[in-house]
Design a protein around this ligand. Structure first.
Ligand code: HSE
Length: 304
């Protein structure tokens, strides 16, 4: 085998109270990465406006790391096709990293398990986020709902209920170059114990909702009194979008990952079009156009 292509889904991190712990793969957008053996070195080809220097590119970092870790002598050419919007809290770099790790595993017949693939893909997050978080990459690699334990890395996957639906609003605003660093810098270093109790209760209920396949319990537990209030000011119109969406029947609404996309949780029975229109109007009232996507949880990255 000389060449392998893998496709990996977008994802939403945190789901409100699960900061850096929860991830959910979404079928909203996909990235594709093709790896081809070449004589020497690592080279990157893409039509998208992303860095093509391997040390500055998510996929380049993953290939470099995996080559070293598994003592692979062959060079690798990387061809990237981005579908996940970069910098909007939809797990864009994680999707590229996940597709790369899965393609590399197949190309060199490594037979790696899920945790190892996640660990390798996590290295790619360094390129964009500046530090490694496994919430998006785990979801993108494995699919479904993910709980990430660190030290040591341990990723727990739960299959989402089949009637869970999400509505994502991606605002068309200019995001800072180092957006994730910026949005992490406003997160409080110390929090009142009472806030921690509220978030812990909601996070636990979200897990129970996934285990019981209860989308209503998941949706109504999407409540975060720590990170969301600290980041809301970075998203113009956030509270209006949230209010509109809840009024239109969403069960819960929060920031998708580090933002600025906003995500609403609903079920198959909800009026999803009404929620989508309400979210669009929330941003439009601030003169911000947005892309609205109605989506479902996705499977993980796979070779195609
Ligand atoms: N959990 C991360 C955050 C996701 O909210 O900052 C972005 O990498």
């Amino acid at each position: 085998m000389n060449s392998v292509t893998a496709r990996a889904p977008s994802s939403t991190a945190n789901l409100g109270p699960g900061f850096d712990v929860f991830g959910l793969a979404l079928d909203a957008f996909y990235d594709e990465v093709q790896l081809t053996k070449q004589k020497h070195g690592i080279s990157i080809i893409t039509d998208d406006s992303i860095p093509v220097s391997p040390r500055k590119n998510t996929t380049g970092l993953v290939v470099e790391y995996m080559k070293k870790k598994f003592r692979i002598k062959s060079g690798v050419q990387i061809r990237i096709k981005k579908g996940v919007p970069a910098g909007f809290g939809m797990g864009s770099s994680a999707a590229s990293a996940a597709a790369t790790a899965v393609a590399f595993n197949k190309l060199f017949s490594l037979g790696l398990d899920g945790n190892t693939l996640v660990e390798c893909a996590g290295v790619g997050e360094l390129a964009s986020a500046g530090s490694i978080h496994y919430d998006n990459v785990s979801a993108s690699v494995l699919g479904g709902f993910i709980i990430v334990r660190t030290k040591p890395l341990d990723v727990i996957k739960i299959l989402p209920p089949s009637d869970l639906r999400l509505v994502v609003a991606v605002p068309k605003i200019t995001v800072p170059k180092k957006k994730t660093q910026v949005s992490r810098s406003v997160v409080p270093k110390h929090i009142p114990l009472s806030d921690s109790v509220v978030n812990l209760a909601n996070a636990s209920s979200i897990v129970a909702g996934f285990v019981r396949k209860d989308s209503e319990l998941i949706g109504k537990s999407i409540q975060d009194v720590i990170i969301e209030p600290a980041r809301a000011h970075l998203i113009p119109g956030f509270y209006q979008v949230k209010k509109n969406s809840l009024k239109a029947g969403a069960l819960g609404v929060t920031i998708s990952g580090a933002g600025p996309s906003v995500i609403s949780f609903a079920t198959k029975k909800s009026n999803l079009k009404k929620i989508a229109d309400a979210m669009k109007k929330g941003f439009a009232d601030k003169r911000i156009d947005s892309q609205i996507v109605i989506c479902k949880p996705s499977n993980g990255a796979k070779t195609i």
